[in-house]
Design a protein around this ligand. Structure first.
Ligand code: SF4
Length: 249
C-alpha cells in the first residue's frame, strides 16, 4: 500500500512539473534570458507590427522637444500641445529666443512646466550656439544638452535617426523588465545595461516601443491582463499575478 502511495505521489509531482509555466526560475541565467528575450521579441513583433513612438513630430528637434514634454505626462497630452507650440515657435532659433514665462504658459498642461520650459530654452540656445542649429545624432553629444538624459537621447536616436546606441528605459520598460525577470535593477541606466547584454543589437531600435505597446495594452501597471498575454509562457510573473484572476470567468 505504502508503495502504491509513493508511486501516486511521484506521478502527481510529475504532472505538476509538466503543467508549470516554462519559466520557473526568476530571471534565469544570462543565456536563458538571451534565449527567452529573442522569443519574446519575435512574439511581440507579430503582435505590434507598427513599432514607432506615439509622439507626433516632423523633425529631430520637434521629437526632442516632444520627448522632454512627455516626461511625467502622456503622449496624447503632448500631441495636443505640440501643434500650437511649433506653429508659434517654428524654428530652434525662435525657441532659443522664447520668454520663459510665456513658454511656461504654452506648455503648462504637460506638468513640470517651469523646469521643462527652462530646459527647452537652454537646449535651443546651445543648439544654436554650438551645433549650427542642428540636433546632433550621437549619444555623446545629445546627453550634453540641458534636460537630456539617456532615455530622451535613445528615443531621438532611434526614431529620428534610426541609430541604435542603447535602449530607452521609461516607466513601461522598467516595469516589464522587472516582471519579465530581465533586470533586477531600479536605476534606469543599470536596467539599460542589463537589457543591452541580452537584447540582440538589431532589436535595440524597436525594443522600447514593443514593451511600451505591450505595457499599455496588456501588462498594465495596476492590473496586468495576464490571461490574455501572448508571452505569459515566457514570463516568471505569470503565477504571481494569476491570483488576481482567481474565480474570474
Ligand atoms: S504574463 Fe502578466 S506580468 Fe507577465 S508580461 Fe504578461 S501581462 Fe505582464
Amino acid at each position: 500500500m505504502a508503495k502504491v502511495k509513493a508511486v501516486a505521489k511521484k506521478k502527481s509531482a510529475k504532472t505538476k512539473t509538466a503543467q508549470a509555466p516554462a519559466v520557473s526560475i526568476r530571471g534565469g541565467s544570462l543565456e536563458e534570458r538571451q534565449q527567452r528575450i529573442r522569443e519574446i521579441i519575435k512574439i511581440l513583433r507579430k503582435e505590434y507590427p507598427q513599432v514607432r513612438t506615439a509622439l507626433n513630430y516632423r523633425t529631430p528637434f520637434e521629437l526632442l522637444v516632444a520627448t522632454i514634454l512627455a516626461a511625467q505626462c502622456t503622449d496624447e497630452r503632448v500631441n495636443k500641445v505640440t501643434p500650437a507650440l511649433f506653429q508659434k515657435y517654428p524654428t530652434i532659433e525662435s525657441l532659443a529666443r522664447a520668454r520663459q514665462e510665456e513658454l511656461e504658459n504654452d506648455i503648462r498642461s504637460t506638468g513640470f512646466f517651469r523646469n521643462k520650459a527652462r530646459n527647452i530654452i537652454a537646449l535651443s540656445k546651445k543648439l544654436v550656439e554650438d551645433y549650427q542649429g542642428k540636433v546632433p545624432d550621437s549619444m555623446e553629444e545629445l546627453i550634453k544638452l540641458p534636460g537630456v538624459a539617456r532615455k530622451t537621447a535613445n528615443i531621438v536616436l532611434s526614431s529620428a535617426f534610426r541609430k541604435a546606441e542603447g535602449i530607452a528605459v521609461d516607466t513601461h520598460v522598467r516595469r516589464l523588465s522587472e516582471r519579465l525577470g530581465l533586470s533586477r535593477q531600479n536605476d534606469p541606466d543599470k536596467i539599460e545595461r542589463d537589457l543591452m547584454a541580452i537584447v540582440p543589437r538589431a532589436d535595440w531600435l524597436d525594443f522600447n516601443y514593443l514593451l511600451v505597446d505591450h505595457g499599455r495594452k496588456v501588462c498594465q501597471a495596476r492590473k496586468p491582463l495576464c490571461p490574455q498575454c501572448v508571452i505569459q509562457h515566457l514570463c516568471p510573473s505569470f503565477e504571481k499575478f494569476s491570483g488576481l484572476y482567481a474565480g474570474r470567468k
